[in-house]
Design a protein around this ligand. Structure first.
Ligand code: FES
Length: 150
C-alpha cells in the first residue's frame, strides 16, 4: 500500500485519534491484513504511538497482523451450533481445505476461523463467508457453498 493510498484512507476517516479503528478496518479490508510498514506510517502521520495501534490491532478479531485469505470463512462453534454439529462442519472444512482452524489456505483463498454465535442460532449449524451467512449447513453442502468464492 503506497503512502498516498494510506493518506486517502486517513483523510476519508479523519485524522483524530478516535478514527484509528475505522482506518485500521479500511486498511484490513484493502490488504486483508495490517502490514507493519503501513502501521508505522499511520503511527507517524497521526502521531499515535505504534504500541497503541498494535494494542487495537490485536484486540479486535476482525483485524490481523498476518496475511489472511481473500475470504473470511467462519464456522460458528457457539453452543447452539455446536450441539447441531458445528464441530463436524469445522472438521470437514479443515480436511477439505487442508488447514487447521486459524490458518489460511496455500492459495490464499480462505482463512478458516471459528466464531461464537452470530445471532441466528435457530439456523445452526451456521457458517459465514465474508458477510454472507449460511444456515443449516451439512458436511455434504460445504464444498458447494464455497464454490462461488474464488
Ligand atoms: S450459536 Fe451459532 S449462531 Fe448462535
Amino acid at each position: 500500500m503506497t503512502p498516498s493510498e494510506v493518506e486517502t484512507i486517513i483523510q476519508r476517516n479523519g485524522s483524530a485519534e478516535s478514527s484509528i479503528l475505522a482506518i485500521l478496518q479500511d486498511i484490513q479490508a484493502r490488504e486483508k491484513y495490517l502490514p507493519k510498514d503501513t502501521l508505522e506510517y499511520v503511527s507517524q502521520k497521526m502521531q499515535i504511538p505504534l504500541t497503541r495501534i498494535y494494542r487495537i490491532a490485536t484486540f479486535y478479531n476482525a483485524l490481523s497482523l498476518i496475511p489472511t485469505g481473500r475470504h473470511k470463512l467462519d464456522v460458528c462453534l457457539g453452543t447452539a451450533c455446536h450441539v447441531r454439529g458445528g464441530t463436524k462442519i469445522m472438521e470437514k472444512l479443515e480436511r477439505d481445505l487442508k488447514v487447521k482452524m486459524g490458518e489460511t489456505t496455500k492459495d490464499q483463498r480462505f482463512t478458516l476461523k471459528s466464531v461464537r454465535c452470530v445471532g441466528c442460532c435457530s439456523l445452526g449449524p451456521v457458517m459465514v463467508v465474508d458477510d454472507e451467512v449460511f444456515g443449516r449447513v451439512t458436511q455434504d453442502k460445504t464444498s458447494g457453498l464455497l464454490k462461488d468464492f474464488k
